[in-house]
Structures are given as structure tokens and as C-alpha cells.
Design a protein around this ligand. Structure first.
Ligand SMILES: NC(=O)c1ccc[n+]([C@@H]2O[C@H](COP(=O)([O-])OP(=O)(O)OC[C@H]3O[C@@H](n4cnc5c(N)ncnc54)[C@H](O)[C@@H]3O)[C@@H](O)[C@H]2O)c1
Length: 248
């Protein structure tokens, strides 16, 4: 898909990979970008940056686990400018204390945000595209954790496996409806989520050995992979792994 003039909706767009992707879309001439995030001020900042880069943009404070709010967000975005691209990207790690000391509610919330909201966002986008008989692209943010169970945060790695599997199951929609659903699987990337494994300032001690072994990716590295999944018409049910290089 040629991004120029197209419209996009991004969840978790207030920071990190979501923000970098919003700006990469704007740099390629996206016409309208809806930036949704539970942090409304952060979403507004991203929208302002996208506007400065030449796109029209709208920011909304939305918790993606609130199905009514998520449904209203998609409806509002579609009404403002029919959607072409949806990036289901909002995600969290379970945080501290780690599994198995984690409170049950936090374990389940990780799955609600990462997996169930991604499924809802994908279905909502498919419904909108099909109602118009339009082609469309959906990208879902999985992780390299989909390939390596995280003993300290199994809710995270299991949710990322689920995202990948759900995305792969959508492959036939490319052929049948012109709706391409793809996943990006980032390696460890320099965003706030890494510190959220610990106290929000310092990553969890259990992550330190892994962090020492690799060079962190940047959000722009991941945004490039997302842009490729949007632009490459051959990709449906596909995933791109963005691997870390070994530390120098
Ligand atoms: N950074 C990494 O190392 C890494 C690696 C693999 C995958 N990922 C995935 O990339 C995605 C983006 O994360 P990031 O690294 O940019 O981290 P980030 O913390 O910078 O961005 C995540 C964004 O999601 C938002 N968010 C959290 N819960 C939300 C909710 N309930 N509703 C709406 N928005 C919500 C946050 O406010 C934040 O702006 C996530 O799905 C994450 O799991 C990150």
C-alpha cells in the first residue's frame, strides 16, 4: 500500500514504537493519523508532532481494554476519514513483583491489554474495511518473546505468542478480502517498557543479563519494519522479526 494520503489509527501511539511509527507514516505523507493512548497528553504530543510533519492528526485518550471506548474510537476515526491502516500496538509488561509473586489481577491485565485488545482492534478494523468493501492493512505488535517463554513474565510472552498466532490465522483475508494482517516482532527496544519491568526507572534485575548481551534497538528501527509490512502488498499473515545485534 502506498501510504501517501492514507489514514491510520495507532494504539499505544503516545510513546516509543507507536510514536515513531506515527512519525514514519507522517514522513511518508499519511493524510490523517488517529493517535490513541491511555495517556492522553502523550497521544496529544504525538499528534502535534505528526501535524508538524504534515499530516492531519487527532489524539484520543483511550484504554484499549475498554471495549465500548475502543469501538467508539474506531467509529470516530472512520467517520473523520475512512481508515486504511490500523496499528494495534498498545502493550505492557507485567512489572514488579514478577511471576509467580504477581497479583492475579495484574497477570490478567497484561493479557487483556496485549492480546484481547489486539484481537478486538483487528476485528473492529476488519468490520470497517468489509463494510466499505475496502482493502486495508492491520499490523499487530508481537515480540521476540513470542519465540522464547519469559519465565519472569509468562503473561507477556504468552500474550505475544497469541498475537502472532491470531495474526497468522488472518492470512487468508489477504486473498479473500484484500485485508492484510501482519505482525512485527521487535527485539529489545529502547523504550519505557524496558524500565517498566522494574520500578519504572531501572529495569528488573532479572532482565539485566539479557540487556548486557545486546545492543538496544531504537523505536525507529521497529517503525521501519512496520512501514515495510504496510507497503509490501505480498505480505498477509506475515511477521517480521527485528533482532538485536550482540553488544559490542
Ligand atoms: N520495547 C521493547 O523492548 C519491545 C519489544 C518487543 C515488543 N514490544 C511491544 O511494543 C509495543 C509498544 O511498546 P513500546 O516499547 O513502544 O513501549 P512504551 O511503553 O513506550 O509504549 C507503550 C504505549 O502503550 C500505552 N498503553 C499502555 N497500556 C495501554 C492501554 N491499556 N490502552 C492504551 N494505551 C496503552 C502506553 O501509555 C504507552 O504509550 C508493545 O506492544 C510492546 O509489548 C516492545
Amino acid at each position: 500500500m502506498d501510504i501517501k494520503g492514507k489514514t491510520a489509527l495507532i494504539t499505544g501511539g503516545g510513546a516509543g514504537i507507536g510514536r515513531a511509527t506515527a512519525l514514519a507514516l507522517a514522513a511518508r505523507g499519511a493524510g490523517h493519523i488517529v493517535v490513541a493512548d491511555i495517556d492522553g497528553a502523550a497521544a496529544a504530543e504525538t499528534a502535534a508532532l505528526a501535524q508538524a510533519a504534515g499530516s492531519r492528526a487527532l489524539a484520543r485518550a483511550v484504554d484499549v481494554t475498554d471495549l465500548a471506548a475502543l469501538t467508539a474510537l474506531f467509529a470516530e476515526a472512520e467517520a473523520a476519514a475512512p481508515l486504511d491502516i490500523v496499528f494495534n500496538n498498545a502493550g505492557v509488561v507485567s512489572g514488579s513483583p514478577a511471576f509467580p509473586d504477581i497479583p492475579l489481577a495484574r497477570l490478567l491485565r497484561t493479557v487483556q491489554i496485549n492480546l484481547l485488545a489486539m484481537m478486538a482492534g483487528t476485528q473492529l478494523a476488519i468490520d470497517l474495511f468489509r463494510a466499505r468493501g475496502a482493502r486495508g492493512v492491520i499490523v499487530n505488535t508481537s515480540s521476540v518473546a513470542a519465540f522464547a517463554p519469559m519465565t519472569q513474565d509468562p503473561a507477556y510472552s504468552a500474550s505475544k505468542v497469541g498475537i502472532l498466532n491470531f495474526t497468522q490465522a488472518c492470512a487468508p483475508l489477504g486473498e479473500s478480502h484484500g485485508i492484510r494482517v501482519n505482525a512485527v516482532c521487535p527485539g529489545v527496544t529502547d523504550t519505557a517498557i524496558v524500565k517498566a519491568t522494574g520500578d519504572g526507572v531501572t529495569p528488573a534485575a532479572w532482565l539485566a543479563p539479557a540487556l548486557a548481551r545486546v545492543k538496544l534497538l531504537t523505536p525507529d528501527d521497529i517503525a521501519r519494519a512496520v512501514i515495510d509490512l504496510i507497503e509490501d502488498e505480498t505480505k498477509a499473515g506475515a511477521h517480521t522479526v527485528v533482532q538485536n545485534e550482540a553488544a559490542a
